[in-house]
Design a protein around this ligand. Structure first.
Ligand code: BGC
Length: 379
């Protein structure tokens, strides 16, 4: 049996109530808070920087729960920021790409901007062709969340809470969402989602970080090699709404059961690729429902940096930044060209509220929505 000495020491330190802050491990837990400006409604926004003992840092805002920066230590002691974003709040207030944000109440698309629940039809804002994307016009990514430092034995941790009112963006029920980001010493950014409602509703929370493992602004991600633990995907129509079919990836450019460079087949003569303008699809993960398991692996060959994505969710939206077009100037004035980042959005399948054959996204009063996603980094 292998004993994780460090975990044991941390647990023991945590048990010593009152002495914990003096222990070496607890002393290494770091979270800094700095003011990051005000929204147009006057809400104060802070940037919380979580730092682990390897020098990895995650800077997270309470506006949209945005991961504003994710800095990985490099061999030479320098750090590289592997997520796209903006330098200041003003950038995020006008940005429409969901950089780093928590997406809700329903991440991804709901077809024809409507769904029925218990015989009642709910109409949603139309913001993507004739569909609703990422929770509507003012989704969770554009809301000020309340923030609490919940750092503990696992590392620095930030808990964000947002109460979405009954009827907000057309969805039923007062929904309380609590999302906790923890950065541990295994270089894992762990995201735990929790929600409850007072009326039946639908929800699908995810994080929309745009990763470039060569560093944000360092060209395109076509050389990144990707593996996805999925035998099937949900084919879509031209508006990216699934048909309901679960189709085998075998023999298609969406087969990532073995590692492939993203650029290898991204412009293949394939209907699904054309509809997505590249990769913008939901994969049906192989793992048993509810089990936190490896969903995807991404490797940047020049630096050797690797990101592994673990989730207990049934699906993974793999999006290759096909709508980035070089017009956005991001952090440090970096230009973000076409396909200069990738998103690995762990989630339920798109349009599930209108697809009874898909796993349900309904949350009822008295139930708890609980899911976990981990982004793990190594070099
Ligand atoms: C969607 C894309 C969309 C992007 C940014 C992704 O989750 O699948 O189609 O363009 O988010 O909004």
């Amino acid at each position: 049996m292998t004993i994780d000495r460090r975990a044991f020491t941390l647990a023991a330190a945590a048990a010593l109530a009152g002495c914990a802050r003096k222990s070496e491990e607890q002393g290494s837990i770091k979270m800094n808070r700095q003011s990051f400006g005000k929204t147009n409604d006057g809400e104060s926004i802070d940037l919380h920087t979580l730092k682990n003992s390897n020098g990895m840092e995650a800077a997270i805002m309470n506006y949209g729960g945005v991961v504003q920066a994710l800095r990985l230590p490099d061999k030479g002691g320098a750090t590289v920021d592997v997520v796209l974003g903006c330098d200041d709040l003003a950038g995020y207030l006008k940005e429409a790409s969901y950089f780093g944000a928590l997406v809700g109440r329903y991440g991804n698309r709901i077809g024809n901007a409507a769904f029925k629940l218990d015989g009642v039809e709910y109409k949603l804002p139309v913001n993507d062709g004739k569909n609703t994307l990422h929770g509507g016009k003012k989704g969770f990514d554009k809301r000020a969340w309340s923030a609490k430092d919940v750092s503990g034995a696992d590392g620095p941790a930030l808990q964000l809470t947002y109460v979405s009112k009954d009827g907000e963006e057309g969805f039923p029920g007062n929904l309380t969402s609590i999302v906790t980001y923890t950065l541990n010493d295994k270089n894992e950014l762990r995201i735990e989602y929790h929600a409850t409602t007072d009326k039946a509703t639908v929800l699908n929370l995810t994080n929309h970080s745009y990763f470039n493992l060569a560093g944000q602004g360092e060209g395109d991600i076509l050389g990144h090699e990707v593996t996805i633990e999925a035998d099937r995907f949900t084919p879509v129509d031209g508006t990216l709404i699934p048909s309901g079919e679960l189709r085998k990836v075998e023999g298609t450019p969406l087969d990532f059961r073995q590692a492939h460079a993203i650029g290898e087949r991204i412009d293949a003569n394939d209907e699904q690729i054309k509809f997505g303008k590249g990769y913008d699809h939901n994969w049906v993960l192989n793992h048993p429902a509810g089990a936190l398991s490896l969903a995807a692996r991404v490797r940047e060959p020049k630096s050797g940096r690797v990101m592994e994505v673990l989730t207990d969710q049934p699906g993974l939206q793999f999006y290759t930044g096909n709508f980035l077009d070089g017009t956005i100037h991001g952090k440090g004035g970096m230009v973000y060209p076409h396909r200069s980042a990738l998103c690995m959005e762990t989630q339920h399948f798109p349009d599930s509220p209108n697809k009874p054959e898909f796993p349900s996204t309904v949350l009822c009063p008295g139930q708890e929505y609980k899911t976990t996603t981990v982004y793990r980094f190594s070099a």
